[in-house]
Design a protein around this ligand. Structure first.
Ligand code: HEC
Length: 158
């Protein structure tokens, strides 16, 4: 009985310690998970087609609101690119981070225009370019599953 309690608490401590170790990485991750990914998905969901058991569904917006949603998503991606340049996210990541964030801002402008023009081919094409920008940064800055470089977690927190 007592033994079980101790084991459970040890587990909690481990989890807490894990979270504390990488405060900065966690904030980029949260931004990605809660804002960047869902926003990009709205844009990606506004072009091309999906095929499932119901057949093929064309994703091209059919309403004014649908196009506006794609346009808003593009605008928001640009804002998120700007946000990623702020010290909170860019600190200690070097010049490449700024360049890659700028890439997101640049592509978001093209994406916004494609949606404003209601050009399905262009929205599809730019969607691919957005994906390339995401991938380029993820290759340069891998996920934080790998242990942080020596002492960096503590140093970067201050
Ligand atoms: C300037 C760099 C940069 C750009 C551009 C970027 N990401 Fe990320 N992304 C990261 C980093 C760094 C991580 C890893 C964060 C971590 O694990 O701490 C990440 C992680 C993620 C994750 C995983 C989050 C999780 O739950 O662990 C998703 C999803 C993601 N990015 C989506 C995107 C999408 C979609 C785009 C493009 C629209 C994009 N990212 C563009 C840097 C970037």
């Amino acid at each position: 009985m007592i033994r079980n309690t101790i084991v459970a608490l040890a587990g909690l401590a481990l989890l807490a310690g894990c979270g504390e170790k990488q405060p900065e990485m966690a904030s980029v991750r949260d931004l990605m998970k809660n804002e960047v990914q869902p926003t990009a998905e709205i844009y990606w969901g506004s072009a091309g087609a999906v095929s499932d058991e119901n057949g093929i569904t064309d994703l091209t917006p059919t309403t004014e609101e649908g196009w506006q949603k794609a346009r808003d998503a593009a605008t928001k991606l640009g804002e998120l690119g700007k946000k990623m340049m702020e010290p909170e996210y860019s600190k200690d990541r070097g010049e490449a981070w700024i360049r890659l964030s700028q890439g997101l801002i640049d592509v978001s402008k093209v994406a916004e225009k494609a949606a404003a023009d209601k050009n399905p081919d262009k929205v599809f094409e730019v969607g691919g370019t957005i994906y390339d920008v995401c991938t380029a940064c993820h290759q340069a800055y891998p996920q934080s599953e790998a242990p942080p470089a020596e002492g960096e977690g503590a140093a970067a927190a201050g």
